[in-house]
Ligand binder design. Structure first.
Ligand code: PLP
Length: 219
C-alpha cells in the first residue's frame, strides 16, 4: 500500500472508533509521526491532505520541516520526543505544539524563549503513567501541581496531557488515568494512542492520536 492508502485506512479506522464511542466525526486529530523519514517520504502525505505531523527530535526536524513548511501553508508540527533545555530556543522557533513538557527546568526555558521570540507553541505536559524509570514524563501524582506551577508561576498556557503507556501492558488503564488527570487539571487536549492502540485511545477520549508506522511503514 502507498502512504496515501495507509493514511486513508488510518483515517477510516479513527472515524469508525469515533462512531463506536459516540464521539462526533472529526473530533480526533491525526498526528502523522514522520520521525526517521525524510522530506521526500513525507511529501506524499502532505499531497494527500495531511497537515498535522509529529517528530521526536528537534535537530532532525530542523533538517526537513522549515522547507516543508515553506512549501505548504497550514502545517502544524508537534514535538513528541524529550526536550533538553538547551534546545528550547530551536523548539519554540519551529514547533507549533510541544507535547513533552515534563519538568520545571524545561518549563522555565520554554517560558523564557516564548517571551523572547514572541512565538507561543501550544504546550502539553507528558505524564509517565507507567512510572517507567527510563521514560520521560512527570509522575501522575505530581501532574496537577506541575500544571498549576506552569500556569501560575511561569504564565504558561497548558492545553493538554500526553502519555506513552508501557509497551507490554494493556493501554486502557493508562489512557483512563490520563483522562482523569486532564479533568483534574482542567485541560482539554489528550494526546494518546499510537499505531498499535489508537482505536482504544479514541474510546478513552483521545483528542489526538500519534500514528507513525501504520502510515509511513516500518522504521
Ligand atoms: C514514534 C512515536 C509514535 C508513533 O509510533 P508508531 O508505533 O510508529 O505509530 C508515537 N508517539 C511517540 C512519542 C513516538 O515517539
Amino acid at each position: 500500500m502507498s502512504v496515501e492508502e495507509r493514511l486513508q485506512d488510518v483515517k477510516a479506522r479513527i472515524g469508525k472508533a469515533e462512531r463506536l464511542s459516540k464521539r462526533s466525526a472529526g473530533s480526533v486529530t491525526l498526528v502523522a509521526v514522520s520521525k526517521t523519514f525524510d522530506a521526500q517520504d513525507i511529501r506524499p502525505a502532505i499531497a494527500a491532505g495531511q497537515r498535522v505531523f509529529g517528530e521526536n527530535r528537534v535537530q532532525e526536524s530542523q533538517g526537513k520541516w522549515p522547507e516543508l513548511k515553506a512549501e505548504t501553508p497550514g502545517i502544524e508540527l508537534h514535538l513528541i520526543g524529550p526536550l533538553q533545555s538547551n534546545k528550547a530556543v530551536d523548539a519554540v522557533a519551529l514547533f507549533d505544539v510541544i507535547e513533552t513538557v515534563d519538568r520545571e527546568k524545561i518549563a522555565r526555558a520554554l517560558a523564557d524563549e516564548i517571551r523572547k521570540q514572541g512565538r507561543a507553541p501550544k504546550l502539553y505536559v507528558q505524564v509517565n503513567t507507567g512510572l517507567e524509570p527510563q521514560k520521560a514524563g512527570i509522575e501522575p501524582k505530581q501532574t496537577v501541581a506541575f500544571v498549576e506551577l506552569c500556569r501560575r508561576e511561569l504564565g504558561l498556557s497548558i492545553e493538554g496531557l500526553m502519555c506513552i503507556p508501557p509497551a507490554e501492558e494493556n493501554p486502557g488503564p493508562h489512557f483512563a488515568l490520563l483522562a482523569k488527570l486532564a479533568k483534574e487539571c482542567g485541560v482539554e487536549k489528550l494526546s494518546m494512542g499510537m499505531s498499535g492502540d489508537f482505536e482504544t485511545a479514541v474510546e478513552f477520549g483521545a483528542t489526538s492520536v500519534r500514528v507513525g508506522s501504520a502510515i509511513f511503514g516500518a522504521r
